[in-house]
Design a protein around this ligand. Structure first.
Ligand SMILES: [Zn+2]
Length: 347
């Protein structure tokens, strides 16, 4: 990946982003940015939780959101936070198969993917009624093509705009597949930092990538360390592979074995890779968000493909349910890493 991400244009190979891949920092960042832009200032009509296990808090009740204004959507680590007036916040973790999407009509009774529904009235832009600009934005936000079959919003929205009523939108937490793992908590904003989900998080990996020297005991393999949210927040299986490839470091190197140049190189790789991915999404994505994000992965899930840098065959090593991908020539001085899954079985 080039520093400015130019190698990640539409023609770059794009890996399938299926439900096995957990959304990580770049994917959640673009969701927060696009959703925030679309619903900031919107007023909540109603809030429902069709997913019986999704909402992990009882008080305040979800109905407390009715009538409140959406103040913004932000990200912390791999969490999304929707802030409302009156000091309430919805903390969301999408886990592996959750998606936060915006629709221009309400979920039907047979939509089994809905976990949480926030029905809002989109804000009038530029302080006036929904004029051409406002309708255009809302249509862009809500005109949808995703699998659940939403309609083309243009007619609806411009009709609503014509009579001056703000368009109705539905912010929907969906979950692809049968599992209910995605969760949400409704909390006073002041309690967010103390919530166990956020309290233990390390510094965000982007945009202020932390200095790595001394950030954690150095005895664990880098691939595990980078994915430890208590050490550095936002990186998972996909982007850890990309980062270590970018830094030319073995997934099994230890932090304590790195010299100063390698430490700063790794820090730079974290920033460059995540920043490049976010830049890619900013170029490629607009609302409605697809179920499958066009993740510009070049190493993860590319075992067997040629290394984009040196052409050597990318290898994979199993670690629990994950396959760590790496380039032997760029990262391990030609050494093929032992498949620990196999060795454990054979031992
Ligand atoms: Zn290589």
């Amino acid at each position: 990946m080039t520093p400015d991400g130019t190698a990640l244009g539409p023609s770059a190979p794009v890996a399938a982003y299926d439900e096995q891949i957990m959304p990580e920092l770049p994917e959640l960042q673009i969701v927060a940015e696009l959703m925030g832009e679309a619903v900031r200032g919107a007023q909540v009509d109603s809030a429902l939780a069709p997913g019986i296990n999704t909402l992990k808090t009882l008080r305040p009740p979800l109905s407390a959101l009715e009538g409140l204004t959406v103040q913004g959507v932000r990200r912390r680590g791999k969490h999304l936070i929707v802030d409302f007036s009156d000091g309430l916040s919805l903390l969301i973790h999408l886990m592996s198969a959750g998606r936060l999407q915006l629709y221009d009509r309400r979920a039907g009774p047979h939509d089994r993917s809905s976990r949480l529904l926030l029905r809002v009235r989109a804000p009038a832009r530029d302080g006036g009624s929904v004029g051409a600009a406002g309708a255009g934005r809302a249509a862009g936000a809500a005109g949808t093509v995703s699998a659940a079959g939403p309609v083309d919003a243009a007619g609806t929205v411009s009709a609503a705009g014509a009579v001056g009523a703000p368009p109705e939108l539905e912010l929907r937490l969906r979950e692809l597949g049968p599992r209910q793992a995605a969760w949400a908590k409704l909390l006073p904003c002041a309690q967010l930092d103390g919530d166990p989900a956020l309290a233990g998080l390390g510094p965000d990996a982007w945009p202020q990538t932390p200095v790595l020297a001394g950030i954690a005991p150095g005895s664990r393999p880098l691939n595990a360390l980078l994915r430890d949210q208590r050490v550095i927040a936002g990186i998972g299986r996909s982007w850890a592979d990309e980062i270590l490839w970018e830094a030319r470091l073995s997934p099994y190197r230890r932090l304590s074995d790195l010299d100063a140049a390698q430490l700063s190189g790794l820090r730079e790789a974290i920033f460059t890779v995540l920043d490049g991915a976010i830049a890619h999404y900013r170029r490629e994505l607009s609302l409605p968000l697809p179920d499958r994000m066009p993740a510009p992965l070049r190493i993860h899930r590319h075992r067997g493909d040629p290394c984009p840098r040196c052409g050597a065959t990318l290898r994979g090593v199993h670690l629990q349910e994950n396959v760590i991908a790496y380039c032997p020539d760029c990262q391990t001085a030609g050494r093929i890493l032992k498949d620990r899954r196999l060795s454990r079985i054979l031992r």
